[in-house]
Design a protein around this ligand. Structure first.
Ligand code: ADP
Ligand code: MG
Length: 270
């Protein structure tokens, strides 16, 4: 919305945990009469890799889209890197941000989708420098140097001049990761990044994500790759029907699930 009227009274004294990069507080999201998120409370610490698993339709994608404010919450609050997403606080009141201001908040969050979403008419290098040049106004030479480093990091140094259609799905997804990293985000969101890939291409994308996690990136990863969740994840969240059913260390949740719904889900995917 483009209004700039105060919409909510702030509760002065809301103190966020210093080590939390993402704080979701009672997040609700409805589409019309369909309530998709029914009060999500989650905290992601700086440097943490949180994996979210759950049945199709449980609200995982909607939650990720709420984190970067691609979807506006119906109620609740969501902070990323100290910023209350969608709002600015002024004289003890909250004001809804304009779309351009929200875009600025969002530029601190990288997102990688199931489908690679590369610009088909741009080369790999063009895809990676697009946002830094257009949104951040980074000088082209600087953006290009950084893009080449990122392509090196995702194992594609020789693909800078290729077009997306000339790449495999796994290579395209690695470019998508490099493109997100080019904005130097403090948080990376992954929505089933390997689900659309042929099985033999899954590993190369997970390897890049593992490398990113080892480098200290804060990540929220919706995935069905339980091996990745167990080995790379610091925490595992099981979502069902718009709610967090269970959360804990991956080995704990996978090895000794406390809830029947978690057990039922895991018995199908493990
Ligand atoms: P998941 O990612 O866990 O499979 P989603 O978040 O995609 O689940 O979807 C949760 C529910 O919300 C589904 O019932 C889906 O149909 C519904 N939904 C998602 N986006 C929209 C939308 N833009 N409009 C209406 N319903 C939606
Ligand atoms: Mg989804």
């Amino acid at each position: 919305s483009q209004t700039n009227d105060p919409v909510l009274e702030t509760d002065e004294g809301t103190a966020l945990p210093a080590d939390a990069l993402v704080v979701a507080e009672d997040v609700h999201k409805s589409f019309g009469r369909l309530e998709v998120l029914k009060g999500i409370d989650l905290e992601v610490k700086r440097g943490e890799v949180m994996c979210i698993v759950g049945p199709s339709g449980s609200g995982k994608s909607t939650f990720l889209r709420c984190v970067n404010h691609l979807e506006k919450l119906t109620s609740g609050r969501l902070w990323v890197n100290g910023e209350l997403m969608g709002y600015r606080q002024k004289r003890g009141r909250l004001y809804e941000l304009r779309d351009t201001e929200i875009a600025l908040q969002r530029s601190d969050i990288g997102m990688v989708f199931q489908r690679f979403n590369l610009f088909p008419h741009l080369t790999v290098l063009g895809n990676v420098i697009e946002a830094p040049v257009q949104v951040k106004r980074k000088p082209r030479a600087e953006a290009t140097a950084m893009a080449r480093e990122l392509l090196e990091r995702v194992g594609l140094p020789d693909k800078a001049d290729a077009y997306p259609e000339q790449l495999s799905g796994g290579q395209q997804q690695r470019v998508a990761i490099a493109r997100a990293l080019a904005m130097e985000p403090s948080l990376m969101l992954f929505d089933e990044p390997t689900s659309a890939l042929d099985p033999e291409l899954v590993g190369e994308v997970l390897d890049v994500m593992r490398d990113l996690a080892e480098g200290g990136m804060t990540m929220v990863v919706v995935t069905h790759e339980m091996g990745f969740a167990r080995e790379v994840g610091d925490s595992l969240v099981f979502m069902d029907d718009g709610m967090v059913v269970e959360t804990g260390a991956p080995a704990e949740v996978l090895g000794d699930p406390k809830h029947e719904r978690t057990r039922a889900f895991l018995s199908k995917v493990l």
